[in-house]
Each structure stands twice: as C-alpha cells, then as structure tokens.
Design a protein around this ligand. Structure first.
Ligand code: ADP
Length: 320
C-alpha cells in the first residue's frame, strides 16, 4: 500500500488579456475549474500506476469537498477525509494572462487543519503501508506526525518538499528517508538548513560531484533533485541501501511534446512511490526512470491531476 498524507485544493483558473488593476473589473476569456493540491495530484499519479493507494486529507463541509470525495472514488483511491466545519476546502485562484504570466492565490483552508490525532486514529494504514509520501501543504505538526507514525512502522518516508516554507528545517528533514525537491526547492532547502547559497537556475549546469556534495549537506539519506527538461539528479548517503550501483548519477529527461508542465513534479513523486513499492529490492534507479517517464507524459496534457498518465500509457510509449 502507498500512503499519501497531503492536501486537496480546488483550482479556479481564469484566462484574461491582462490581470485587473486595483478597483478594476475585467472580462475573462475563459474559465476552468480543476482538482489540485499536491497531495491529491500525487495520490492520483500513484494510483494510476496500478498501486493500491490510500490518501488522508482534510476538506471543508462544502461543494468542493463533495467534489473531492467523488474524484478520489473515481480514481479508486482509498481516501480518508477529515471534514472541517470551520474551514473551507483548499482553493487556488489562478489568473493566466495572454502572454502566459500566472498570478496565483492559494487558500489552504482545511488542509492547514489536518489534525495529528486524525492521523493517529488511522495508524492501521501506516502499519499496512510500504511507503509514505508527504508534501508541505498541511500544518507542520500533521506532516511530522505522519512521518513519525511511518517511522514507528518501518515505512519508507518520502517528502516532496513543496512548497518550501518556514517550517522546513533540519528537524523535519531528519524525519525523512528520501526527498524530491525541484531546483528552486533544492536551493531554498540548502539556504534554510544553513548550507550554500546558490542560484537555482545554475543547478542543472553544475557538475555531478558538486551537486552530490550539496545534496549531502541536507542530511537526508537519499535526495532526488528534479531538473525539469534536464531530467533529475540522484544522491545517496548509502547507495547500497537502495540497491543502486553508484552514490550519485543523473537520469536524462524523456522526450515530450510539452503542452503544460503543471503537476510534472507531482507526477514524478507519485509515480516514484508507486515504482518503489512495486520494485522493492530492485535498484532505486529503476524507479527513478519510471518516475521520469511518467513526469514527461504528464507534460503532454493540460492540468495537474487530470494529466497523470496511467500504467498503460507508460507501457504504450516506453514498453515497460
Ligand atoms: P516541478 O513541476 O516541481 O517544477 P520539474 O520542473 O523539475 O518539477 O519537473 C519534474 C519532472 O518532470 C522532471 O524531473 C522531468 O522528469 C519531467 N519534466 C519536466 N519538464 C519536462 C520536459 N520539458 N520534458 C520532459 N520531461 C520533463
């Protein structure tokens, strides 16, 4: 069982010629609404790879929350919803200008109320899980409680450190076995944990030995930095623990006819966890290759959760 503890947000997106100024009302060209939230996106990415997936999240007692229940059920996800009566389901307001610039407001709402006690009441899920996947869109107490429950049951703990915020520090990272930052998250993590100050835009161009040295500074046994169109970089403290031959290496991106990269990182983390569960004992590298393939496929469709590929899509394109 893959267990995802995370967020559900509902996205409301408007396409406009240009964003309104203060006091101004403008007509939008198009409106679109879609499920999102890093936790939900990653749970969908994982479940679509054919792995039994449980998801714990908090929603409001509102229409968006009802929608979340239906969507999770449609995906075959074993969802455990904490319903909050004093907070709304998480939402994101996205304004996309004609030249592609985004302006986004996220109200995490119920996600911030996810209660550690709600998680502890579901300890049986942690006991049954092979891998736990968390992100940073809940209150930090809930995230830490999930990681601690996983540790108590010997479950592999994976953190997608997104979005990076003040709660991310050495004590949170000390609870993780593997982290999957993108370039800017990796740079922010280094800065927040007292490491080097580096420009995220220069990361992909740095040599592997230097990236490994930087990654080791985080104090997490395994670090996978996703590098967008450059694929990803893997750094281990102990490569043998994950049956990998080398302590650090790169995996190049797969070719993709990119339409929309929203959710590529979520596709990567969700598919990685699915592959880790299915391929236990096999090299981590195999799981990374699979995650890289799924993430590339997700960029060929619009949206986040909706764009996650299925196992059959990966098979059709890559033959495995
Ligand atoms: P995020 O979505 O969190 O910013 P990245 O941009 O690093 O994360 O993308 C995550 C993964 O998605 C990459 O490691 C890669 O596997 C895949 N990916 C992203 N952009 C492309 C692209 N242009 N072509 C192929 N794969 C891509």
């Amino acid at each position: 069982l893959a267990l995802v503890v995370g967020s559900y947000n509902h996205d409301y997106a408007w396409r406009v010629e240009r964003a309104p100024q203060a006091g101004q009302t403008l007509r939008g060209d198009a409106f679109r609404t879609a499920p999102g939230g890093k936790g939900f996106n990653q749970a969908v990415a994982c479940a679509r790879q054919g792995v039994p997936t449980a998801f714990i999240a908090a929603i409001g007692a509102d229409a968006a929350g009802d929608g979340a229940r239906r969507l999770a059920a449609d995906e075959g996800i074993d969802a455990h919803w904490q319903t909050c009566t004093d907070a709304a389901t998480g939402s994101a307001c996205i304004v996309v200008e004609a030249h592609g610039q985004n302006r986004i407001i996220v109200a995490l709402g119920a996600n911030e109320r996810l209660d550690p006690a709600f998680l502890r009441e579901r300890e049986a899920l942690f006991a049954a899980a092979g891998v736990l996947l968390v992100q940073l869109e809940n209150g930090v107490e809930a995230t830490c409680a999930a990681l601690d429950l996983a540790q108590a049951h010997g479950v592999l703990r994976v953190l997608n450190p997104a979005p990076v915020h003040d709660a991310l520090d050495g004590t949170l990272l000390a609870r993780c076995d593997l982290v999957t930052p993108n370039e800017s998250e990796f740079a922010l993590m280094l800065a927040r944990t007292g490491g080097a100050r580096i420009d995220a835009d220069t990361l992909a161009g740095r040599d592997d030995a230097e990236l490994h040295r930087l990654a080791r500074g985080l104090g997490v046994p395994s670090v996978i930095v996703t590098l967008g169109a450059h694929g990803c970089f893997v750094s281990h403290e102990d490569a043998r623990r994950h049956a990998d031959a080398r302590p650090y290496y790169r995996v190049a991106a797969e070719h993709a006819d990119v339409v929309d990269t929203t959710g590529a990182g979520d596709a990567f983390s969700g598919a990685l966890v699915a592959a880790l569960l299915r391929g236990r004992g096999r090299p981590l590298r195999d799981a990374v290759v699979h995650a890289n393939r799924c993430a590339a496929l997700s960029t060929e469709h619009r949206g986040a959760a909706e764009a996650m590929p299925r196992a059959a899509d990966v098979e059709r394109r890559f033959g495995s």
